[in-house]
Design a protein around this ligand. Structure first.
Ligand code: DGL
Length: 269
């Protein structure tokens, strides 16, 4: 048993899709969330820069009493890959949990992956999927505009700009007849209705943030690190840009207004 918080970070607000699932699965746990909203997006930056930012984010979380770190960011998870990153406490990215869920979901053995340019370039999902099931075909495409559209609130199902971008990005994946699509960036579940409209209802969508949260649950359970708190846990949010902007847009990710304190912080240089 351990009553320390679970630390979660992302380049911006996408990691809130993991927080939402953690709150549902583990309502008695405290969560400390860090969104590097001043430097989002990470997905168009070099590996070196993403790695440096990821280290700074993890260092920030470590200043708090935490028992696990979740990199709720497809880009960070891809760049970290299998390199040693956090070794003194449980750590997960989003890639392997999402790959396992997609392999379990596919019936025709054809899985699509969408993510940021850095994520798709790294081939991280394809490698993880092949490690789970080498017989599955993987078709990936990057969707560079999605993060900007989501961070700016272009998220309602009828939004014409986001729909047009989705049609453009998803067309090559649809053409490959996939039956499962990994939303390989934690921002994308916020526009899952639009993505589903374009892909068709028969395609199963896998949320990488949600799968990472499920993985964290089983990881803490297996290590006997779950909290024994009987009252509801608390969320505390830190962001490197405006707290007001965060509160305005976070509702899109959480499905309800932010519950918990929001502080601003500075990271790295
Ligand atoms: N949430 C990040 C991810 O999952 C995307 C945002 C970014 O490019 O920083 O990749």
């Amino acid at each position: 048993m351990n009553n320390d918080a679970i630390g979660v970070f992302d380049s911006g607000m996408g990691g809130l899709t993991a927080v939402k699932e953690l709150n549902r699965l583990l309502p008695n746990e405290n969560i400390i969330y860090l969104g590097d909203t001043a430097r989002v997006p990470y997905g168009s930056r070099s590996r070196e820069t993403v790695m440096r930012y990821a280290r700074q984010d993890a260092e920030f979380l470590r200043k708090h009493k935490i028992k696990m770190i979740i990199a709720a960011c497809g880009t960070v998870s891809s760049v970290v890959g299998t390199k040693p990153f956090i070794e003194d406490m449980p750590f997960t990215g989003v890639i392997l949990p999402a790959a396992q869920a997609a392999c379990a979901a596919t019936k025709n053995g054809r899985i699509g992956v969408i993510g940021t340019p850095a994520t798709i370039r790294s081939g991280s999902y394809a490698k993880a999927i092949k490690s789970v099931n080498p017989h599955v075909s993987v078709i990936g495409n990057s969707c560079p505009l999605f993060v900007h559209l989501v961070e700016n609130g272009y998220t309602d199902r009828g939004n014409k700009i986001t729909r047009l971008a989705a049609e453009e990005y998803l067309e090559p994946i649809k053409a490959e007849n996939v039956d499962t699509l990994i939303l390989g960036c934690t921002h994308y579940p916020v526009i899952k209705d639009i993505i589903s409209d374009v892909m068709g209802e028969k395609v199963t969508l896998i949320s990488s943030g949600m799968e990472a949260a499920k993985y964290a649950h089983s990881c803490l359970f297996e290590r006997d690190l779950l909290s024994d708190r009987t009252e509801m846990g608390k969320n505390i949010f830190y962001v490197s840009d405006s707290t007001e902007l965060f509160k305005e847009n976070a509702e899109n990710f959480l499905g309800h207004p932010v519950e918990g304190e929001v502080f601003s912080c500075s990271l790295g240089e």
